[in-house]
Design a binder for this molecule. Structure first.
Ligand code: NAP
Length: 488
């Protein structure tokens, strides 16, 4: 590690953030956090147990009523100060994120800015929690509609966006007046701990947030979900874990927000602006090393342009530089671990066995890290395993198609429904296909849809609820109606 990297890691509190205080795990246990580029241990972090989690819940439940009564402007100002602190510390936080997760530094900087925007957006939303007032249809009563904090929340986040997936939940929860227990991913707890420090400095009252890194995710979260005092779980991660959390949430009938896996189709029609489509495919595929739920997983190119599109895409993918995200001029970092790399290799092998052609890449990169080379596969048959599996890596499979009907059928033929992308210059087709795609979001002539001011989320097995946009705060509010009678 360079002096700068060592300084950035040394700055982070590596204990639990429990009820507003930094302290060791009750068991005294710790676990190591690794740099996926070097596979060297960066530091050890406190390892929370069920007892720590229940203590965090006791505090969250105790503080909840007073926190919900805090003036909305005050909650908004905490978020706004936290936004500014994130931006002031963008450079150090980006280095920290690259160390624990591997993404290139420029992308880590981008994620800090994206994460900060959730705080900025919800600082503005905190003062716009509106209700309603109306007269009953028979004229005899009045309806007063109010929206109130749902109560203590369990937040569970993944490793691929270690900061933004946290702020996307913490932002609206603070704006709505909810207390929280956050369990970050085991592989990337440092960004979440740094965020707790920033929120404390921004004035978040003690006990509103706890951050509990752990090697026992189920052991820490399940007792809380079944306790009865947690009223909401907001989860981002795989569909398999999401399904299990939904089952666990049923016993206490919890409110749930589920941001789960994706399998995004990226459709390029013959009439598309091909330069724009290749730019869009690079973004949709390679953002975050391909480790994004929004990553283009199946690229469908219409037969008139399929060959030319694949050629141009291969040229761009082949020029990308693979390496440690903190080194200069690196475009693509390592995958998170060896299991992820083996999964990607298995999917590429399967596609090749079924007749796909490797145009570029197709194997592991050099060095001790979990590197995989940016890869383009051409003529991938629709039946290939990767058509129905989230690749989560830098592999772009191009599948030729002939008709709109055929591609729509293939695009929707999946249990997932997070996002789809579509490139065409035909306005009629743009509307027709956007309406027919079974996904929560569509990128029409653009390769990125994530925006704090827009409602992010999926349909089918990609999840429930929306994060960001005007509706993002609704996930943390209950609607109450007061019927007013006795009027004359
Ligand atoms: P994951 O294995 O589901 O893990 C996500 C989080 O759940 C981690 O904090 C993990 O803890 C925790 N977890 C694992 N098992 C658990 C259990 N039994 N009980 C409670 N919590 C548990 O997913 P991942 O591999 O980290 O993340 C990649 C997935 O997230 C992909 O499928 C991706 O599409 C999805 N994702 C979706 C969105 C979206 O907005 N839709 C955004 C980003 C990512 P540990 O770290 O300890 O395992």
């Amino acid at each position: 590690m360079s002096d700068r990297e060592a300084r950035v890691v040394a700055q982070v509190n590596k204990t639990l953030f429990l009820g507003g205080k930094w302290r060791e795990a009750s068991s005294g246990s710790t676990f190591p956090v690794e740099d996926p580029s070097t596979r060297k241990v960066l530091c050890d972090v406190a390892d929370a147990s069920k007892e720590d989690a229940l203590e965090a819940l006791d505090i969250a439940a105790e503080v909840q009523p007073e926190w919900a009564r805090t003036a909305p402007r005050e909650r908004g100002e905490i978020l706004h100060r936290a936004y500014r602190l994130l931006m002031e510390r963008q450079e150090d936080l980006a280095v920290l994120m690259t160390l624990e997760m591997g993404k290139p530094l420029a992308e880590a900087r981008g994620e800090i800015a994206y994460a900060g925007e959730f705080f900025r957006w919800f600082s503005e939303e905190a003062v716009r929690i509106e209700g309603g007032f109306s007269t009953s249809p028979d004229g005899k009563a009045r309806f007063l509609i109010m929206r109130q904090a749902v109560g203590p929340c369990m937040l569970i986040t993944p490793w691929n966006f270690p900061m933004a997936m946290g702020t996307r939940k913490i932002g609206p929860a603070i704006a709505a007046g909810c207390t929280m227990v956050l369990k970050p991913a085991q592989q990337t707890p440092l960004s979440a701990l740094a965020l707790a420090d920033i929120l404390t400095e921004a004035g978040l009252p003690e006990g509103v947030l706890s951050v509990l890194p752990t090697t026992d995710p189920g052991g820490v979260t399940e007792p809380l979900l079944k306790d009865g005092r947690i009223r909401k779980v907001s989860f981002t991660g795989s569909t398999a874990v999401g399904r299990m959390l939904l089952e666990q949430s049923a016993s206490q009938v919890l409110r749930t927000s589920m941001e789960l896996g994706g399998n995004a189709p990226f459709i390029v029609f013959d009439d598309a602006d091909l330069d724009a489509a290749v730019d869009g495919a690079m973004l949709a595929k390679m953002r975050n090393i391909g480790e994004a739920c929004t990553a283009a997983n199946r690229i469908y190119a219409q037969s008139g342009i399929a060959e030319e599109f694949s050629r141009r895409l291969s040229e761009r993918m082949g020029a990308l530089r693979l390496g440690r995200g903190l080194d200069d001029n690196v475009d693509v970092g390592p995958l998170i671990d060896d299991k992820a790399r083996q999964k990607v290799q298995g999917l590429v092998d399967d596609a090749v066995e079924r007749g796909a052609e490797v145009l570029v890449g197709g194997g592991r990169g050099e060095g001790p890290g979990h590197f995989y080379r940016p890869t383009v596969l051409a003529n991938v048959p629709f039946a290939a395993e990767l058509s129905n599996t989230e690749i989560f890596g830098p592999v772009a499979p191009v599948m030729p198609f002939d008709t709109e009907e055929e591609v729509l059928h293939a695009a929707n033929d999946t249990e997932f429904g997070l996002v789809s992308y579509l490139y065409t210059r035909d306005l009629n087709r743009a509307f027709r296909v956007s309406e027919a795609l079974e996904t929560g979001m569509v990128g029409l002539n653009q390769g990125v849809v994530s925006n704090p001011a827009a409602p992010f989320g999926g349909v089918k097995h990609s999840g429930l609820g929306r994060e960001g946009g005007r509706v993002g705060i609704d996930e943390f509010l209950d609607v109450k109606y007061v019927g007013i009678g006795g009027l004359s």
